[in-house]
Design a protein around this ligand. Sequence first.
Ligand code: HEC
Length: 138
Amino acid sequence: MIKTMIGFLAAATVTLSAYALTAKDQAIVDRIGHAASVCVVGDPCAGSDAAAATTVASAARAGDAVYNSGCAACHASGAAGAPKTGDAGAWSARVDQGVDTLVKHAYEGYNAMPAKGLCADCSEDEIRNAVDYMLSQL
Ligand code: HEC
């Protein structure tokens, strides 16, 4: 019902503005025009909301949080043949490849290691944080 009314008001705004308006009509158009306008994130009218959305999207989760919510499922126990976190022997040859290669393998997948370690919404930075965290446990 409310949607129908907003649709009607929006249509009325368009219709009214197509004609020469009296001052009284213009006042009505101004009033309902505000009620019917929608502010979309990214538009200047969205102001600080848009800035806040950007901030949330770009804040990378910390390595231990990513690790505990995903990577630990395999790397804490060694499930599926995963090198165990804290097992320096299992990691030494891997660490020799360099951190960038480890991050690339974790992000893109590597044999039985699934891409992004099953963290589908993880950014590359978040995977890097998790790898850094795992290496800090050696
Ligand atoms: C489903 C189990 C599983 C999950 C979940 C998982 N891993 Fe792995 N991971 C593996 C296995 C298995 C390997 C060993 C792959 C190989 O060497 O063949 C591995 C290897 C790795 C390596 C070493 C890659 C190399 O080049 O030697 C890194 C780094 C790594 N995982 C990081 C992560 C991170 C970070 C996460 C979480 C975001 C994660 N893993 C989640 C199973 C998993």
